[in-house]
Every structure is written in C-alpha cells, then in structure tokens.
Design a protein around this ligand. Structure first.
Ligand SMILES: [Mg+2]
Length: 234
C-alpha cells in the first residue's frame, strides 16, 4: 500500500530553466552596478570560482548558496574591496540572488495536485537546490522538507531519501519518489526499493524498464501512476 510520496522540486513542480537564467544574470548585473567588477571578472569567471570552491570544500559541494558567496567574496576582494565592503556586497548580492531564485511559477497542476495528495498521503520535499519551499507556498503542504545540498548529503546520497522516509514513517515499498533527474532521483530511489515516478520531459532518458519505475512527461500524470501502482499491488 502506498502511504507517502517524496518530491523533487526544480523541474518537477515548476520549470526551473528560465528561473535560473534570470537569477544568474540578475544578481551578477546588480552586483556589477555596485562594484563595477564584471568587466574584469565576467560571469564565466564567477562560475569557475564556484567550481573551484566546490573542489576546495568537498563536503559543501552541494551548498550552492555557500559556493556562490565564497566566489563573490573572493572576486570582490581581488577587485580591491576591503574585507568589510566585500562581505557586505557579497551578502547583499546573495540576498538578491535568493529573491530572484524564489520567483518561480508552479505548473498549474502542481498546487491542486499536492493539495489533493496531502489528504491521502504523507508528503516530503527533497531538493538539491537552494530553494526554500516555504518562501514559495503560502500554506505548508509537506510534512518534511530536506534541502539535501545544504545538509551535506545531496541526492543521489541515499541518506536524504532515508531521512525523508524515517520522518514520514514509511518503508521504501510504501513510498513513491517523484523527480526529473535520472541520476539524482530515479536511480537512487529505485536502488532503495522505492517506487519511482520519473519525469522524462523530453523523452531523452535511458531506455530502462523496471517494475517499480514509471515514466511520465509531466507531473500532471502522477495520479494515473499512483493508480497503476495501487492496482498492481491490489
Ligand atoms: Mg529536479
């Protein structure tokens, strides 16, 4: 019997591509207006510095806010700002980045779907991203939220899935994970014995079949998947 669902967020409940383009450019442009640094340190350098920071701090490689802040502070310092000023501007740029990051538009089906599911199932959110779902939803819909990157165990680390199920009080065979990434959602959840509703939006994922794997192109197909899983187990 299915008792709970765990959800990935980005590109599962909303289209995250445009959000990240706006976020990436928006906060770096804003910072350039304050510091005039972007000519010397173009966006590509900012990305390189983030990757270098992830190498330098392997345990925090999934904490994207930390990596961004580290890179920004470094760049502003090299640009000649003193520590206090570099810290202040890095903090403000990160605040603005997070504001832009949360300007997401849920798929029109996402909220009604979650609202309906929460009456019947335990619900958890597991994201590797730095989105705070409470800044997006007016009412709490999830019994458990795990920002796995900031918790030092980004997916596909099994601990994030296990922590969610421990909190929900369900076994893997009673839980469906819903997500769009083959390597970070579908595969680790399958290995743990969970059911998987995998969103392969462009149908470009690996051809792989498994009795617990259910492929969809959009989260709106989830009720059908739940019905199929339930019927198969009846
Ligand atoms: Mg995703």
């Amino acid at each position: 019997m299915i008792k709970a669902l765990t959800f990935d967020l980005d590109d599962t409940l909303w289209d995250n591509g445009p959000v990240m383009v706006r976020t990436e450019q928006g906060h770096y442009d804003w910072l350039d207006q304050q510091a005039g640094h972007a000519k010397r340190f173009p966006p590509e350098t900012y990305l390189e510095r983030r990757l270098a920071a992830a190498d330098r701090y392997p345990l925090r490689r999934g904490d994207f806010t930390f990596l961004r802040r580290t890179a920004l502070f470094e760049i502003l310092s090299e640009h000649g700002l003193d520590n206090a000023e570099a810290n202040r501007l890095a903090d403000e740029a990160i605040d603005y980045m997070l504001t832009l990051r949360h300007e997401v538009t849920l798929f029109e089906e996402s909220l009604p779907l979650l609202n309906d599911l929460k009456h019947h199932y335990g619900l958890a959110a597991i994201t590797n991203g730095n989105v705070d779902i409470h800044r997006i939803l007016d009412t709490p819909l999830f019994d458990c939220v795990i920002n796995a990157g900031e918790w030092l165990a980004p997916k596909p680390d099994a601990r994030t899935f296990l922590a969610a199920m421990a909190r929900l009080g369900t076994a893997p065979s009673e839980t469906i994970h819903v997500g769009d990434s083959w390597t970070e959602d579908a595969l680790p959840a399958l290995r743990l014995g969970m059911h998987v509703a995998w969103i392969d939006r462009k149908k470009t994922g690996p051809a792989f079949s498994h009795p617990r794997l259910h492929t969809m192109t959009h989260v709106r197909e989830l009720p059908d998947v739940i019905e199929r899983i339930t019927a198969a187990r009846a």
